[in-house]
Design a protein around this ligand. Structure first.
Ligand code: IMP
Ligand code: MG
Length: 182
């Protein structure tokens, strides 16, 4: 019995299902980025586990870098205001950037980051998200690669948190609304 089971309403994706899907995504990216200057940009902290697994399924020379942005207080909805907490460590001009996110929700975060990074003259920018919650989109932005589309529910695990908790769950599950007073 896991410490978190009492807080999880439903498991959406098991560890095995996630593993299989991430392997497929890596294979697709490997086909698409032949001969390019691939730099994977992990968006901290939610993407840390996905990023680690995805990169090991990409059979190409590539670099990894990280950014950290925040648009959330303690609640479960985006404030719409994005703050950069940590910028990239390397210049990206001429590189083929793949932004790696845990979840695309309102789109505020990736819309802002994509805009900001395109000013640095990369050769290309694409978006790879493990989860896509299209119902709540506020910005005109689509993932080039997504693992799973999910309904409008708040999910945790495999890197995703609620109030900094549950990131270490090996599966992805919906949190019971009573956990966040919903
Ligand atoms: P957006 O800017 O609204 O697209 O939100 C993106 C960020 O919100 C993600 O990187 C997550 O950190 C967070 N987020 C959105 N939905 C969820 C969720 O269901 N569970 C955990 N975090 C979420
Ligand atoms: Mg995040």
């Amino acid at each position: 019995m896991s410490y978190a089971e009492k807080d999880i309403l439903k498991v959406l994706f098991t560890q095995k299902e996630i593993e299989a899907r991430v392997a497929q995504m890596g294979a697709q990216i490997t086909r698409d980025y032949q001969g390019k200057n691939l730099v994977l940009v992990g968006i901290l902290r939610g993407a840390y586990i996905f990023m680690a697994d995805l990169t090991r399924h990409i059979d190409l020379p590539c670099q990894v870098d990280f950014m950290s942005a925040s648009s959330y207080g303690k609640g479960t909805t985006s404030s719409g205001q994005v703050r950069i907490i940590k910028d990239l460590s390397e210049p990206v001009d001429g590189k083929d950037l793949l932004l790696v996110e845990d979840i695309l929700d309102s789109g505020n975060t990736l819309y802002y980051l994509r805009d900001m990074l395109s000013a640095r003259k990369p050769a290309s920018i694409s978006i790879c998200t493990l989860l896509d919650k299209p119902e709540r989109r506020k910005k005109d932005i689509k993932a080039d690669y997504y693992g799973f589309q999910i309904p409008d529910a708040f999910v945790v695990g495999y890197g995703l948190d609620y109030a900094e908790g549950y990131r270490n769950l090996p599966y992805i599950g919906i949190v019971k609304p009573e956990v966040y007073g919903g």
